[in-house]
Write a protein that binds this ligand. Structure first.
Ligand code: SAH
Length: 249
């Protein structure tokens, strides 16, 4: 059984309920309360009994619940002796702010168990036949946030260095600023013909992929109406999908 007064910091995987780990699935049943946002996706959220669901994605007014409010809520529930499942999309430690929650809870003496999940930058491209590494195309892969504006000096992502590595780049939270970082990569010397894929809601029933090149992908995004959550995959591995189409359909 789930331990009272403990927070389980768990990933829900990319959205397909069959990609939940057995452990996360068990904790949904065993924990007293489940704090989640929208990212796990409707099919997984429906598995959580309504009486224990707490949506911490949005406040009543439509604003995002702040990280400190989420931290305080986790702390209060654990101090009441509840077993708490903090369920996050993908893996809790990949751009999920799970690290911050772990530090906060540890500081307050709360027991935490981390339950890894299947992370979207690997899984979403995979189901569309895009392997993020490949002996012939890429021997490294970088997971990058697209949330920062590459033209601002405070940007901590070194796009020029990424352009140099020759490995696959997978950008999370990168639909809105797609134009900014593809331009930054181009200016740093990346071939404008480099294949690029946008994978929206990978593993969800309505999941889809749209492909182009470093030069055309913004146009593709606008034409197809690609929206978050989506990952951007940049690199020659995107071409493998073309070679594998027959097998995937
Ligand atoms: N912890 C998550 C990532 C959270 S950041 C993980 O490990 O997957 C939120 C970003 O994740 C989104 O902006 C999007 O880039 C990506 N994402 C999450 N689920 C996705 C999915 N099913 N398909 C495509 N991208 C997804």
């Amino acid at each position: 059984m789930a331990d009272p007064g403990t927070v389980y910091l768990a990933g829900s995987g990319p959205g397909d309920p069959e990609l939940l780990t057995t452990k996360a699935r068990r904790l949904i049943d065993e924990c007293d309360v489940v704090l989640h946002d929208k990212l796990p996706g409707p099919e997984i959220i429906e598995l959580i009994p309504e009486a224990k669901r707490e949506d911490v994605g949005k406040r009543a007014g439509g604003e995002r619940t702040s990280q400190s409010e989420i931290n305080e809520r986790l702390l209060a529930l654990a101090r009441e002796g509840k077993s708490v499942l903090r369920l996050k999309g993908g893996d809790p430690f990949v751009f999920g702010r799970g690290g911050e929650e772990l530090e906060f809870l540890a500081e307050h003496g709360i027991g935490v168990e981390v339950v890894p999940g299947v992370t979207s930058p690997m899984a979403a491209p995979a189901v569309f036949g895009v392997p993020i590494t490949h002996r012939d195309h890429a021997s490294s892969v970088s997971f990058v946030t697209g949330h920062e504006d590459p033209t601002k000096p405070e940007s901590t992502v070194d796009w020029a260095a990424l352009a140099e590595t020759g490995g696959t780049i997978v950008v999370l939270m990168g639909v809105g600023k797609l134009g900014e970082y593809t331009t930054a990569l181009h200016e740093a010397g990346m071939d404008p013909e480099t294949p690029v894929a946008l994978v929206e809601r990978g593993t969800w029933p309505e999941g889809r992929i749209a492909t182009g090149t470093l030069e055309t992908i913004v146009e593709v995004r606008d034409r197809e109406g690609i929206e978050p959550p989506a990952v951007t995959v940049i690199g020659d591995v995107v071409g493998v999908r073309e070679n594998a189409k027959g097998a995937l359909e």
